[in-house]
Structure formats: structure tokens, C-alpha cells
Design a protein around this ligand. Structure first.
Ligand code: SAH
Ligand code: SF4
Ligand code: F3S
Length: 444
């Protein structure tokens, strides 16, 4: 019998998509997947390196697993961003490891594992994806039968000064449009209700040819792809992440035209200060960002806008931080992911003095959180009395009598219901709101 594998995924949707692909490749070689590392012969961690804390989590987790399984003859591997960045060094930092599989080597994972099983020691592949490797997944390869992440572009060419992703994921590679459209069509035919087109920067989507997009007009290939994917008639289509500088008003027009393009845009601003934005090398000023926000708010649809903020970037003074708070007050974000700046080795910002004290970062973090809570109380409250189409995702963590799901504007909505509803899109009337979730009743 083939070895059993336990795969644990950390990090962003790209890692989730990669784990799905890795699972498919390994299953088709006969490997079986198990839910706990105790039951596994091979333990794999898919890792994230976006902030120092994410990376140290990997080493803590490896230590913990090693401690609990030592002497049991298991095989250990690391894949994902930490694997790509650290490469060979990982074998020194964590002597328990048997193999390291970089972000471009997922399709070669079965052969890495076979080499270990046939006795080879310390196997490493941090090479690039080969052009003949295809990214296709079948509907049955996903964890659920209702929601799927569909990568459209991998890697990043932006080199924001703080960010490790261009190093861990390499340069941008776009998937052929025909392949994406075929995958979405297959998902639709299998009853999937939602696809989320993913990429570090979806606006940079630039396939080698326009094949598949001929019938769809648009100022950028991404707009044309959005329309082509919408035209498949899939119930709900979301996309993330949008890079502000390249966010084209044509995206809003496409959303106005196709109702199945969901009314949610994630547009990370990072800071409201032009000095800091420049040091971050984001390529836009706060006024440019506000113009994009105005274009989104001008839509006749109620588009939910969310963002990311980094507090305590090198050199960020009180004035800079106040500009961030001001921008937040102007934008009415439906959600903000807040991060304390974390120095990443090898990035440009790592050469700057990380001069904002940790207590100040914490204080600014809390100020953003408090301000945003106030904003969200109002926004979430404004949904009371409305009806929302909810894709039911599972039983609520809080109460077994409730299920939870997501609205098209990407809000969590809880309501009374049973597991029979999971995977279905139902209409829910919102009756109560917290600052981060809604509560409703099934509408009849
Ligand atoms: N590609 C996306 C985001 C990728 S990373 C974009 O450009 O918007 C997700 C978020 O992590 C970023 O938006 C940023 O807010 C945060 N982040 C990235 N690097 C970071 C660092 N070194 N320290 C703190 N936060 C960071
Ligand atoms: Fe990182 Fe900037 Fe690329 Fe986003 S756009 S992944 S923040 S380098
Ligand atoms: Fe983390 Fe890599 Fe994603 S660093 S955020 S898993 S691209």
C-alpha cells in the first residue's frame, strides 16, 4: 500500500490552491490523504513567509510535530514560500526535514516524494515551473463542492519595498484564458456556486494570447477575462487581489454589466501618507487611491470595499499615521486587515531603519482597529432589513443550530438552519448586525 500523507496549509489563497494541486498530483500517484499527522507516513507543511511571525510559526509547528512523532520513522517535507526562500538552508535550520519543495515545483512533488521513499536523502527542488506543466484542476479535486479558488496569475513584479512575495513567488505568469474559462465552466457544470479568481495582483493578468477573450471588449485583459468568466453564467464570481495603481474603472463597468460579478472589491491601500506610499514603492498617491474609490462608489451597485493597512513602516511619523486615519474615515471600508510592519530579509525596506517602536506599532494598530470598528458598526447596521443572497458554507462555530455563509458582498451571515443547506444559495433577511458579521432569517 502507498504511503499516507498529512498536508497542512498556512498562508494565502494561493497556498490553498497549491495544496489542492499538490493533493491532486499525489493522489493520482496512489497516495492517500489523512486528517492528522499521527496517522501519516509523510507530513508536509505548506508555508507562508509574509511576516516574520508567519515564518516562525512554521518552525514552531515543525518542532511541535517532531516532538510528538520522534522515532516513528515519518518523512517530513516543507513546501510553499518558506521552502522557496530558504531552500537548502532549511535542512540546516530543521534537521528533521527530508525534502523541500519550492513554489514552482508543485507538479514535481510526486517525484520528490518517490525519491525519498527510494532512499535518497535531503531532496530539494526550488526550480521554476516548466511551461508544459498545466494548472488544470477538476471540480472533484476541490475540498468543497460549492466554492473554488481559480488562480489566474502567479507571482508578482511589483516589488513593493516591504514585500517578500516577488522573491517567494517569482515573476508574474498568467494562465491562458481558455484554460481558466474551461475550468470555470467545468465547475459551473458540477454545481459549484462560487469561483474566486485569485492572484497577487489580478489586474496584471496578461496571457500570451487573447484566445478565448475575442468576444469580450475591455481596456485590459483582466476586464476581458472577467466578462468572459461572467458569461459562463457561474452563480457568483469574486476576484482578489486588486492592485490600486492598475485598478481600471472598466472593472466597475463590468460589475455593473454582469450581476454575477460579486459586489466586493479588495483594494489594499497600505497607508494614507504619500511619503510612506513612496517609500513603499506602491506607485500611487493617496489622491489617486481616492479616485479609484470614487469610481467604485459611483457604481449603482452597493459595492463593499475592503483594504489592507500596514502600520509602523520605517519612518512613519504621527503625521503620516494621521493621514492613514483620515483616509480610512473617507473610504468607508467594509473591512480592514491591519498588519504591523515586519522586516523581511532581502527586501529594500530591510535596508531602512525599522525605527517605529513595537509599542507604537501596537498603539497604531489599535487606533486603526477602534476607528474601523466604529465605521463598520454603521455599515453593518445599514444591512438590517435588507435581503441577501447567501452561499451557505457550514455550521456556525458559535451555535450548532445556526449555519453561516457569505453574501455576495463577502460578509459573514449567520442564521438558523441545518447542514442540508450547505452548498446552497438562499435568500436571508438580515435582522441584526455586529461590527463583523450579520444575523438573519431564512426568507420564504
Ligand atoms: N498582493 C497583495 C497583497 C499580498 S500580501 C497586494 O499587493 O495588495 C497581503 C498583505 O500583507 C499586504 O497587502 C500587506 O498589507 C501585508 N504585508 C505584506 N508584507 C508585509 C510586511 N513585510 N509587513 C507587514 N505586512 C505586510
Ligand atoms: Fe507584495 Fe506589492 Fe506584489 Fe502585493 S503587489 S504581492 S504587496 S510586492
Ligand atoms: Fe504567504 Fe506566500 Fe501567500 S508569503 S501570503 S503564502 S504568497
Amino acid at each position: 500500500m502507498k504511503a499516507k500523507i498529512y498536508l497542512e496549509t498556512h498562508g494565502c489563497q494561493m497556498n490553498v490552491a497549491d495544496s489542492t494541486r499538490a493533493t491532486k498530483r499525489l493522489s493520482s500517484e496512489g497516495f492517500q490523504f489523512v486528517q492528522s499527522y499521527d496517522d501519516a507516513d509523510i507530513v508536509i507543511l505548506n508555508t507562508c513567509s509574509i511576516r516574520a511571525r508567519a515564518e516562525s510559526k512554521v518552525f514552531n509547528r515543525l518542532g511541535q510535530i517532531n516532538h510528538n512523532t520522534i522515532g516513528k520513522g515519518k518523512i517530513y517535507g516543507v513546501m510553499g514560500c518558506v521552502a522557496q526562500l530558504e531552500g537548502e538552508e532549511l535542512f540546516r535550520r530543521s534537521t528533521m526535514l527530508d525534502f523541500v519543495c519550492g513554489t514552482g515545483a508543485i507538479d514535481r512533488l510526486p517525484s520528490l516524494v518517490s525519491r525519498i521513499l527510494s532512499g535518497e536523502k535531503k531532496v530539494l527542488d526550488t526550480g521554476q515551473r516548466l511551461s508544459n506543466e498545466n494548472w488544470d484542476l477538476q471540480p472533484a479535486d476541490h475540498d468543497t463542492n460549492h466554492t473554488a479558488f481559480v488562480p489566474i496569475i502567479e507571482g508578482c513584479n511589483k516589488f513593493c519595498s516591504y514585500c517578500i512575495v516577488p522573491f517567494s513567488r517569482g515573476r508574474e505568469i498568467s494562465r491562458p484564458a481558455v484554460e481558466i474559462i474551461k475550468e470555470v465552466t467545468n465547475l459551473r457544470d458540477s454545481g459549484f456556486k462560487e469561483v474566486q479568481l485569485i492572484g497577487q495582483n489580478v489586474n496584471s493578468y496578461k496571457p500570451k494570447t487573447n484566445e478565448g477573450l475575442e468576444e469580450f471588449a475591455g481596456a485590459t485583459p483582466f476586464i476581458r477575462l472577467l466578462k468572459a468568466v461572467a458569461a459562463t453564467g457561474t452563480n457568483r464570481i469574486k476576484f482578489t487581489t486588486s492592485f490600486p495603481k492598475d485598478f481600471h474603472a472598466g472593472i466597475v463597468e463590468a460589475m455593473n454589466e454582469y450581476q454575477n460579478l460579486c459586489n466586493w472589491v479588495h483594494l489594499p491601500v497600505q497607508s494614507g501618507s504619500d511619503v510612506i506610499l513612496k517609500a513603499m514603492r506602491r506607485g500611487y498617491k493617496s489622491a489617486d487611491y481616492l479616485d479609484k474609490v470614487a469610481a467604485i462608489h459611483n457604481s449603482h451597485r452597493n459595492v463593499a470595499l475592503t483594504t489592507d493597512i500596514i502600520v509602523g513602516f520605517p519612518g512613519e511619523n504621527e503625521d503620516d499615521f494621521t493621514s492613514t486615519l483620515d483616509l480610512l474615515k473617507q473610504c468607508n471600508f467594509h473591512g480592514v486587515y491591519i498588519f504591523k510592519y515586519s522586516e523581511r530579509p532581502g527586501t529594500r525596506a530591510a535596508n531602512m531603519d525599522d525605527d517605529v517602536a513595537d509599542e507604537v506599532k501596537t498603539e497604531r494598530f489599535q487606533q486603526v482597529e477602534n476607528l474601523q470598528r466604529e465605521v463598520q458598526i454603521k455599515i453593518y447596521g445599514s444591512y438590517i432589513g435588507t435581503k441577501q443572497m447567501v452561499l451557505v458554507k457550514g455550521i456556525s462555530a458559535r451555535s450548532e443550530a445556526d449555519v453561516f455563509g457569505h453574501s455576495t458582498c463577502n460578509k459573514v451571515i449567520n442564521f438558523k438552519g441545518g447542514t442540508d443547506l450547505v452548498g446552497r444559495v438562499v435568500e436571508v433577511k438580515v435582522v441584526a448586525a455586529k461590527h463583523n458579521s450579520l444575523y438573519g432569517e431564512l426568507a420564504h
